[in-house]
Design a protein around this ligand. Structure first.
Ligand code: HSE
Length: 433
């Protein structure tokens, strides 16, 4: 069989890593695919003297590259929405298979891109877009294919996890840790994407679409970052047997689907509570197999290249061995997509950690607990902390409750004359199966 010809667009950390991996493991990969993979083009503006590029055409004209006849598969690893969108669309229209690591592009424009791919009978593979080296898309589409997925919860932003881990373990300040994550090369170009949960929301959008067969609905993900988490709350949570993790959660509820990214208290004995540093992990609750947990590196040249090249291998196998080259990578099957509503924040159900600062007056606690009980909110634990300045911090953990009820109750508590400052609320999940 003739070699499969590849264009790699973007020779940054991931593109360079994928090129090296394809070269270093060429014999192994050929043994697994039965076909040689030949890199014919790279799209780059910057010279990369550290890479072996002999015999590979180099150009910065990406639209021109994807129109070339000696390209079967386009690997887009440049990131950003523009011009990646236009370049991938052009590739699809020219009948090229696509591999992309671009989470923002897929989360925000994936529906259009998958539709175009379907119309042009090509595939888009996207393993590297979510949780770097963890083959979570493959797990959902193959390993768990027999199951109905009930929910999944993931630590899918390494930078956020690194920050929370350092804050808990070393009592370091937020900004200081963020700076280190940037130096380590894990953070997004715009750090708000990491700390405000946008990057995690992109990845959750893709995961939920795969797991539930729903369209990509990034704009409906409730997204809250970690920038307001204080060392005080990290400590109180720990005293109560919990860790604060920044989770992306997709859950089938009775009336629709919850898509949410927010700091979350989880019991410290849960395996996922012990995923530290820049590592990622995804816990999947599926009806036949039960809970399974996937752990590994969520970013970096090697792990992300591993996912990109695995997608290339899948595509090579598909176009070589399936009847008329039909794909096995599940695309969004538009007719089959369910139209289950995505719930608003007010309709979602979670447990809560609440911290309030009260004046030392008789009856304050009674007033607070009365408001919660009238709202039907069940208290799981209550802890009065030692006095800070003139105020007494009170921490309450609740059982799961629909958010609108918690909004009402907290508004009433906030209005009590003895309550000072803004009430802190952090969601809490037991992640029980
Ligand atoms: N900024 C991302 C992270 C990189 O920290 O997880 C990988 O997508």
């Amino acid at each position: 069989m003739k070699p499969v010809r590849l264009a790699i667009l973007g020779l940054g950390t991931v593109g360079g890593g994928a090129l090296k991996l394809l070269q270093e493991n060429a014999a192994e990969i050929k043994r697994r695919t039965g076909r040689e993979i030949q890199i014919t083009h790279v799209g780059t503006r910057r010279p990369r003297p550290d890479l072996e590029l002999e015999g590979i055409k180099q150009s910065a004209d990406l639209l021109d590259i994807v129109r070339q006849p000696d390209v079967d598969v386009v690997v887009e690893v440049m990131g950003g929405i523009h011009p990646a969108y236009e370049v991938i669309m052009e590739a699809i229209k020219h009948g090229k298979q696509v591999v992309t690591a671009n989470k923002a592009l897929l989360a925000e424009h994936g529906n259009e891109l998958f539709k175009a791919a379907e119309d042009n009978a090509v595939q888009i593979a996207y393993e590297a877009a979510v949780a770097g080296g963890i083959p979570i898309i493959k797990v959902i589409r193959e390993g768990l294919a027999a199951n109905h997925i009930e929910w999944l919860a993931g630590i899918i932003n390494g930078t956020g996890n690194f920050i929370l881990t350092e804050m808990r373990e070393k009592g370091r300040a937020f900004d200081d840790v963020l700076k280190e994550a940037q130096e380590l090369g894990y953070a997004e170009a715009d750090p708000t994407f990491d700390v405000e949960g946008i990057d995690a929301a992109h990845k959750l959008t893709i995961l939920a679409s795969c797991a539930f067969g729903i369209p990509l609905q990034f704009d409906k993900v409730y997204t809250e970052g970690i920038s307001k988490i204080t060392a005080q709350d990290v400590k109180y949570a720990e005293d109560l047997g919990f860790r604060i993790k920044h989770l992306g959660i997709a859950r089938r509820a009775e009336k629709g689907i919850e898509l949410r990214v927010h700091p979350t208290l989880i019991p410290d004995e849960q395996l996922i509570a012990n995923v530290n540093g820049v590592k990622n992990a995804v816990l999947v609750q599926a009806n036949a197999v039960g809970p399974t947990l996937y752990y590994g590196a969520g970013a970096g040249a090697g792990p992300t290249a591993s996912a990109v090249v695995a997608d290339v291998i899948d595509i090579v196998r598909d176009i070589s061995y399936t009847e008329d080259g039909a794909g096995t990578i599940p695309q969004l099957a538009f007719e089959a997509l369910t139209n289950v509503p995505i719930l608003s924040r007010e309709e979602m159900t979670t447990g809560y950690y609440i911290r309030l600062n009260a004046e030392d007056q008789t009856g304050v606690l009674a007033d607070v607990t009365t408001i919660l009980s009238r709202a039907g909110i069940s208290i799981d634990a209550i802890m009065q902390q030692s006095r800070l300045k003139d105020l007494i911090p009170i921490v309450i953990l609740t059982d799961p409750i629909v958010e609108s009820k918690m909004d009402d109750a907290l508004a009433q508590i906030q209005a009590l004359p003895a309550i000072r400052g803004e009430i802190v609320r952090i969601r809490l999940e037991s992640l029980d199966s």
